[in-house]
Design a protein around this ligand. Structure first.
Ligand SMILES: [Zn+2]
Length: 349
């Protein structure tokens, strides 16, 4: 690189995020010969090993440094053991061996992403998901059939759908929103032939049904959501058990279900007098953040022209992951989430 080009390039170093610094570090370590010796480095969640890993550069494979990060974060997928040694490589992925149970595995073992083909196109697929591309566009971008893109979408969403904060802190805003129930079936926004003219709708009259979705968000931005079987206090209680407790202060818009849940669970509850309008005496008691989240969620969902109800939790996880990664959402971080090392597994929110 020419000296003046280098100056321009290097001037951006100070603005790199922690994640970007790690990526650059790993790339440079690889250029310098990397650490390709097998069976030598012991990986574990212990911070000592993490420091050692950082000093020596992360070993990369077809998933970049994601394999090692996941194994460090979660241990053995068979027994959750933490004494793990590198165990060569297979199909382009690092293998590991657990000293406790003696079994070998890679970073995809027991994840929704195991046995998916064409791994070299995953980064393109992840990028399409971050940008919220339609299935047709995603398929084109990745050079796969739309049915493959659909399968990938939901494999990629298996882990993010479950990656929710276990506990919210401090003041928690909560409110329900309603998503139009869709009977589109499996194919979601897959392009398809229009129904023959005059053909009857399959479920006439049912399209106006709404699915209640609960969103609870604390003031640090940690967001919990759930599709509720019913909009009642029992369903809300089941969803929020352990997530919002007596240590929190819960704010709602005065809807009966959330208020009844708070009363039963002995959680200090504040009803906002008029939705979105806190009183002058208590300006911090509002649910503006949850309302704004609902707005972004619904606007973002519009692009899919209706999602099948059974897939709704996946789409909620998708939106939640986008919000939680924020501007750290890179194809690499997205794949990290898809193999079960999503934002809520990493951040101590
Ligand atoms: Zn094990």
């Amino acid at each position: 690189m020419k000296a003046d080009e280098f100056l321009v390039w290097f001037s951006g170093v100070g603005r790199l995020s922690a994640e970007q610094r790690r990526e650059v570090g790993a790339a440079l370590a690889n250029l310098d010969g990397g650490l390709e010796r097998e069976g030598e480095t012991e990986t574990s969640a212990a911070s000592g090993a993490r420091d050692k890993g950082a000093k020596r550069g992360r070993r990369t494979d077809a998933l970049g440094t994601t394999s090692h990060e996941r194994v460090e974060a979660q241990g053995c997928p068979h027994c959750a053991g933490r004494a793990i040694v590198a165990w060569g490589r297979s199909h382009g992925l690092s293998r590991f061996r657990c000293k406790s149970c003696g079994r070998t595995f890679n970073a995809l073992t027991k994840t929704a992403m195991a046995h998916l083909h064409k791994r070299e196109r995953w980064l393109d697929h992840a990028r399409a998901m971050i940008e919220g591309k339609s299935l047709a566009k995603t398929a084109e971008l990745c050079g796969v059939h739309p049915t493959t893109a659909f399968r990938w979408r939901h494999r990629f969403l298996g882990a993010p759908a479950a990656d929710k904060p276990k506990k919210l802190s401090g003041i928690v805003e909560a409110d329900e929103t309603f998503i139009l129930e869709s009977f589109k079936g499996r194919w979601s926004d897959l392009p398809r032939k229009a129904r023959k003219r005059g053909g009857p709708a399959r479920h006439p009259g049912l399209h106006s049904d709404n699915i209640p979705v609960l969103v609870a968000r604390d003031r640090r931005g940690a967001t919990f959501d759930a599709v509720l079987p019913q909009d009642d206090s029992a369903s809300i209680g089941a969803a929020l058990a352990g997530v919002v407790t007596g240590e929190n202060h819960l704010i709602g818009d005065g809807g009966k279900a959330i208020a009844a849940f708070a009363r039963k669970a002995k959680i200090p509850f504040h009803a906002v007098p008029a939705p979105g309008k806190p009183t002058a005496e208590a300006p911090h008691l509002h649910i503006n953040n949850v309302n704004a989240y609902h707005g972004r969620l619904k606007q973002w969902l519009n692009r899919f022209n209706g999602v099948a109800t059974k897939n709704l939790p996946n789409y909620l996880g998708w939106r939640r992951a986008l919000e939680a990664w924020g501007d750290q959402a890179t194809p690499q971080s997205w794949i990290k989430g898809a193999i079960g090392n999503g934002p809520y597994q990493q951040l101590s929110l």
